[in-house]
Design a protein around this ligand. Structure first.
Ligand code: ATP
Length: 229
């Protein structure tokens, strides 16, 4: 799934949209937000940056899972709100149950997001603050759905034709056609995603076609942070 606990459509929602993406914020790491629809190839692209150039990857999906692990404050807050029937016998968050609980109830969903999202943001900032490389990639599936993009200095959209996207997701996740369509319909349209892009990686071909694009962007990102120094 896109996000393990709950879709983070409002993940970074806050006041306003103060983009300063081409300019490095003084004293901070240059953060490239990587986004794209389900199965567009975000992980594949991030892994290439890491393998080819050792660029650190911060993955919002992983963080969202970690912050609700056993004994984490977010899990305790969720239990306080929804009761301990949302825990498995071993005390872990029962994800299918939570999903069911919030799926058709926007109020519950908002409560859950209010608990989880600040923890995710906090952890993302911690991880960003530890980066010593000239830039890092912050993989967040739903940047286009959020109004506040100020966390990112630049936005990289991984794009591919919807037909190819569907084929890859169906093959990877063994999902029915309609399920993939339903997930895609909850996400921003391809057009809206491309509209927020500073950079685009086209992932319609074989993975071998990604190397040159990654190499070229790596050179750009390395140059950018020092451009206004
Ligand atoms: P999600 O949104 O679900 O997290 P994602 O955007 O991270 O997905 P990937 O997991 O990188 O996408 O790719 C989706 C699937 O498509 C994976 O099985 C991956 O191996 C495959 N894939 C990605 N790019 C290519 C490509 N260029 N050629 C063939 N298969 C690809």
């Amino acid at each position: 799934m896109i996000f393990p606990v709950v879709s983070t459509h409002n993940f970074l929602k806050a006041s306003g949209d103060n983009l300063t993406r081409s300019i490095k914020r003084s004293g901070s790491t240059f953060v490239v937000g990587v986004t794209g629809g389900i199965g567009s190839g975000k992980t594949t692209v991030c892994n290439l940056f890491h393998e080819l150039f050792g660029i650190p990857i911060i993955d919002a999906d992983i963080i969202a899972k970690d912050v609700v692990k056993k004994n984490q404050p977010a899990l305790q807050a969720i239990v306080a709100e929804f009761g301990d029937s949302i825990l498995t016998e071993s005390g872990e968050l029962d994800r299918p149950k939570v999903k069911k609980l919030v799926f058709s109830d926007p109020t519950r969903r908002k409560i859950l997001e209010r608990i989880v999202h600040p923890e995710v943001r906090k952890e993302m900032n911690v991880q960003i603050s530890r980066v010593s490389a000239s830039y890092c990639l912050l993989s967040v599936p739903l940047i286009a759905e959020s109004t506040n993009k100020s966390m990112f200095d630049r936005i990289l959209v991984v794009d591919c034709d919807e037909k190819i996207q569907m084929e890859r997701v169906i093959s990877r996740d063994k999902l029915a056609n309609e399920t993939v369509v339903a997930i895609m319909n909850t996400q921003a349209s391809r057009k809206d995603r491309l509209a927020i892009a500073d950079d685009i990686i086209v992932n319609n071909g074989p993975t071998s076609q990604l190397n040159d694009q990654v190499q070229s962007l790596h050179e750009t990102y390395q140059a950018l942070p020092t451009a206004d120094n």
